[in-house]
Design a protein around this ligand. Sequence first.
Ligand SMILES: NC(=O)c1ccc[n+]([C@@H]2O[C@H](COP(=O)([O-])OP(=O)(O)OC[C@H]3O[C@@H](n4cnc5c(N)ncnc54)[C@H](OP(=O)(O)O)[C@@H]3O)[C@@H](O)[C@H]2O)c1
Length: 250
Amino acid sequence: MDFAGKRALVTGASRGIGAGVARMLAAQGAVVAVHYNHSASAAAEVLSRLTGSGHALVQADLSQRDAARAMVDAAASALGGLDILINNAGIYTEHPILSASDDDWRAQWDAIVQTNLIAAADAIYWAVRVMADGGAIVNVSSRGAFRGEPLSPAYGASKAGMNSMGQSLAIALAPRQIHVISVAPGWVDTDMATEHLDGPAGDSIRAQSPYGRVATVEEVANAVVFAASDKAKFMTGAILDVNGASYLRT
Ligand SMILES: NC(=O)c1ccc[n+]([C@@H]2O[C@H](COP(=O)([O-])OP(=O)(O)OC[C@H]3O[C@@H](n4cnc5c(N)ncnc54)[C@H](OP(=O)(O)O)[C@@H]3O)[C@@H](O)[C@H]2O)c1
């Protein structure tokens, strides 16, 4: 794919999938705004190793209501505009319905829905105001939207909301030739999954896929980068499963 001259904001690019997407986009010619929240030194390390020049760092805490606008503005100003938005930043925390306190239940719903869904919606709202026609938006969703997340129902709901939002906005943004695609991974080998993969449930998690393993960051980044490319323009509205046949939707 050729991303020469394309300007991309990748949220949550300090680690994991976002860092992989930033690396892959830069390697194919894009200039990238590497967004982070707490992991400043990891983000600086990602930035320093990107192919090419003109990349930028952008900090924003997306759990805060107005952070997405400042993040998009900072990225567009650093890159001189925006062609691609990758909504990848996200959190997963557990709040089982039968044991969570009511305060914890409410707090986790607020934090997860704000960070995973509302911040992504706001980022799209502001991005399309600075984005050239013909741009691309990719939302990193999750298999959990379909398979269920019994220990983190707010996470499953946030990702289902993201999928639905992507379908709606694919139609709404088509007049601007902006395509919108969601990528829904199963388990991926990142910090978010480490505790589970290294724990007693690790083998059963790997066995969910007939490959007997979870996805690599590169496998997910490949799908995200393809979705962001002009080659995926007519796939707008799609939700791409990257889950190693661990959950087959009908
Ligand atoms: N790993 C999996 O098994 C898996 C499976 C399905 C879907 N996903 C989805 O894939 C995406 C990336 O996940 P990952 O596994 O790469 O996660 P990760 O390794 O835990 O990295 C999470 C990223 O999100 C950023 N982030 C977290 N909270 C934030 C906040 N309040 N404001 C701004 N940024 C924030 C982090 O920034 P800092 O470190 O700088 O704070 C980090 O860059 C997420 O949306 C996740 O839901 C992951």
